[in-house]
Design a protein around this ligand. Sequence first.
Ligand SMILES: Nc1ncnc2c1ncn2[C@@H]1O[C@H](COP(=O)(O)OP(=O)(O)OP(=O)(O)O)[C@@H](O)[C@H]1O
Length: 344
Amino acid sequence: MTTPIVELRETHVVHRARSGTLLSRDRVYALTGANLSIAPGETIGVVGESGCGKSTLAKTLVGVQRPTSGTVSFQGHDLWTMNPAARRTAIGTRTGMIFQDPSTALNRRLSIRQILRDPLDVHKRGSARERDSRVRELMDLVGLPKVLADGLPGQLSGGQRQRVAIARALALEPDLVVADEPTSALDVSVRAQILNLLLDLKERLGLALVFVSHDIQTVRRMSDRVVTMYLGRIVEESPAAEILDRARHPYTRALFSATPGLLDPIDPIPLVGPVPSATHPPSGCPFRTRCWKADEVCATAMPNPEPAGPAHTFRCHHPVGEGQSTHELVTQAAATAPPSREHP
Ligand SMILES: Nc1ncnc2c1ncn2[C@@H]1O[C@H](COP(=O)(O)OP(=O)(O)OP(=O)(O)O)[C@@H](O)[C@H]1O
């Protein structure tokens, strides 16, 4: 079996609540008990509503976020027990991260050439001449004309800036790249170009890619496997090809049913109320306060992961039946009395 590029085992990230005072005991459970393994060259899409922990998961995978407990193994080595110099090298050279907004992610005082040389200089890659040649190669790779090398980020279009950010993330030939909403700050007209560039680079360079997005259509198109998150928990992992009609978690089905244009025109599966606070998550299954299938069992314990096929697991006490259509679920949910909102 190949060693995963990165593997999370029972990984938790807990923050102090932003609105709290220094003495506040409020905690945000941003990532809870995450188990996830990413193989070399694999593309994982991460979906879920705002605040469910997608970015926290992504940052934890590339070592930008230190977990509160649990492990992050990078190429078989525990990232947070290795010595700090080895960790900095692993994070700095083997992983790359592409952020949502290239305008803020790039230093606006540095030229494109300096931005792309920086990681090569920091990690002392090759001679000065080799670094210059790598900068030219990187610009080529992401389709940036060489004449832009001496320009500043502010002189570039949004799409060109994101190409610079992608080139910078690839400068040291990482094995794993995380793209966190890489197109949401861009004009609609250039989004497809950037996505196609990422897909093309991933194929050519054999990268593992973690792709976080609210755009469920795109996640499905880009990914081999899709991870559904709800309130800090991974509730389902499914091959992208199965996610629409064979997902077993009621939340995955509800999320996808609410995406225009994915299924035949249907009303979305109705969910009750808002997402609960990540500071006071419900006991048991976090989705139970909005789920039409929830009963008292769901309030007692978080369900264990259940296999649903190769590379497909879900965590639910009352999963959607195999082969059950989303149309049926819409009717079922509409006819079911809302669950109790009392929690924990
Ligand atoms: N540094 C922090 N301090 C306190 N709370 C934080 C911090 N970072 C994230 N959070 C909280 O952790 C939870 C998960 O945040 P995260 O950004 O991972 O979610 P997300 O799914 O990526 O959200 P979005 O889709 O809106 O970007 C949220 O409740 C968020 O407010």
